[in-house]
Design a protein around this ligand. Structure first.
Ligand code: NDP
Ligand code: GDR
Length: 371
């Protein structure tokens, strides 16, 4: 019998990589997708199977984490061996604009999954992975952050995820459920949402190099993040649910980098050297040299500037994770380093915008200006 996995947030960055991994491992994969007025399955379109095919192993169900009736219906129908709860309003800055919705989807949504499994009598069958986050650490208490570092959330998103974290621990202890938190530090990829800082940078660098954009406006250039690759991190999610005992794990690289440095590395990938001058809101990045003939950016051009609109009411200044427990108990080790991650993201975006440039030259309108 094939194992069955149910993935919420399957249309997101991690959902797409996890679906690939689980299908590779022979699982029958079920995903929950939200109804939207435009197609929202770009990241998983390659997994589409004709509904009339007999040997299907990939299924999508309409649903939403804010609606317990559909969660109960889908879980009853699928009877999953494993649930990966990746669905969330995952943008920290946006959570300040939509705090109540974020609490509902990210906090109570987690409770709805746990409670559905309990009500359906599946506590001894279904293992649950909860997508917890390094944002729980928030205001720095100690570094590097490990499973025992105290939490101090700094956004409506992080507070909602704090509820998700503890309700997962509580259901594990109260009902003897196999329910675990993966406390994952930032992880990125070419599939990363366009408004998260790394993807915003790699898209802009590609566009600037191809003369499709003038300047990149960013918020806090001093923030430090522990950035890994999503492909490595979904492997850890899977491993967390394969242990004998349900436990929580920090997943991180143990290396931290400032936003400013990520920008430098991304430009350098295309042979463009950028130097920063000035301080605070007046800080700017200028092109010093450009060594690759295919990317002609004017020397001295201002390519990065600060826009305070991107500042957050409360910021998380420094994240650096301690993955020792994951290394020792899960045998988890990332395959990508930061350089490899930056390189893959930048070149994927160059390819994307080279195609867009061709379309533009042929008279097509370029969409998606709202970043
Ligand atoms: P994305 O934003 O790329 O994906 C989020 C997914 O959740 C999308 O499929 C989205 O659907 C879905 N979703 C949003 N709201 C709801 C809802 N109300 N009901 C059902 N589904 C919903 O996030 P990532 O893939 O990057 O992250 C996956 C999970 O891991 C999230 O929970 C995130 O908070 C958490 N996390 C992420 C980290 C990271 O660095 N990437 C680090 C630590 C934790 P749609 O496509 O329709 O918008
Ligand atoms: P984060 O990721 O908030 O860490 O949450 P994001 O990429 O949005 O921000 C990282 C840091 O960069 C600074 N920053 C900017 N951020 C954005 N988005 N846009 C900008 O223009 C900009 N300029 C500077 C931010 O202030 C911040 O310090 C991500 C999400 O995936 C969460 O769901 C997840 O839980 C955490 O990572 C771990």
């Amino acid at each position: 019998m094939k194992k069955k996995a149910l993935v919420t947030g399957i249309t997101g960055q991690d959902g797409a990589y996890l679906a690939d991994l689980l299908l590779e491992k022979g699982y029958e994969v079920h995903g929950i997708k939200r109804r939207s007025s435009l197609f929202n399955t770009d990241r998983i379109d390659h997994l589409y199977q004709d509904p009339h095919e007999s040997n299907k192993n990939f299924f999508l169900h309409y649903g939403d984490l804010t609606d317990s009736t559909n969660l109960i219906r889908i879980i009853q129908q699928v009877q999953p061996d494993e649930i990966y709860n990746l669905g969330a309003m995952s943008h920290v800055k946006v959570s300040f604009d939509t705090p109540e919705y974020t609490a509902n989807a990210d906090g109570i949504g987690t409770l709805r999954i746990l409670e559905a499994v309990r009500l359906l009598g599946l506590t001894q069958k279904t293992k649950i992975y909860q997508a917890s986050t390094s944002e729980l650490y928030g205001l720095v208490q100690a570094v590097p952050q490990s499973e025992t570092t105290p939490f101090y959330p700094r956004s409506p998103y992080a507070v909602a995820k704090l509820y998700g974290y503890w309700i997962t621990v509580n259901y594990r202890e109260a009902y003897d459920m196999y329910a675990c938190n993966g406390i994952l530090f930032n992880h990125e990829s070419p599939l990363r949402g366009e408004t998260f800082v790394t993807r915003k940078i790699t898209r802009a660098v590609a566009k600037i190099a191809l003369n499709l954009q003038g300047c990149l406006f960013l918020g806090n250039l001093d923030a430090q993040r522990d950035w890994g690759h999503a492909k490595d991190y979904v492997e850890a999610m899977y491993l967390i649910l394969q242990q004998e005992k349900a436990e929580d794990f920090v997943i991180a690289t143990g290396v931290t980098t400032r936003v400013r440095e990520f920008v430098r590395l991304a430009f350098a990938e295309l042979g463009i050297v950028v130097e920063f001058k000035g301080e605070g809101v007046d800080e700017k990045g200028y092109v010093v040299s450009c060594s690759k003939p295919e990317y002609q950016v004017e020397i001295g051009k201002e390519v990065v500037a600060v826009d305070p609109a991107y500042f957050r009411p409360t910021e998380v200044d420094l994240l650096i994770g301690d993955p020792t427990k994951a290394q020792e108990k899960l045998g988890w080790k990332p395959k990508y380093d930061l350089q490899g991650l930056v390189s893959e993201m930048v070149h994927a975006d160059v390819e994307l915008f080279q195609r867009e440039k061709l379309l533009k030259a042929s008279g097509y309108v370029i969409k998606n200006q709202f970043e």
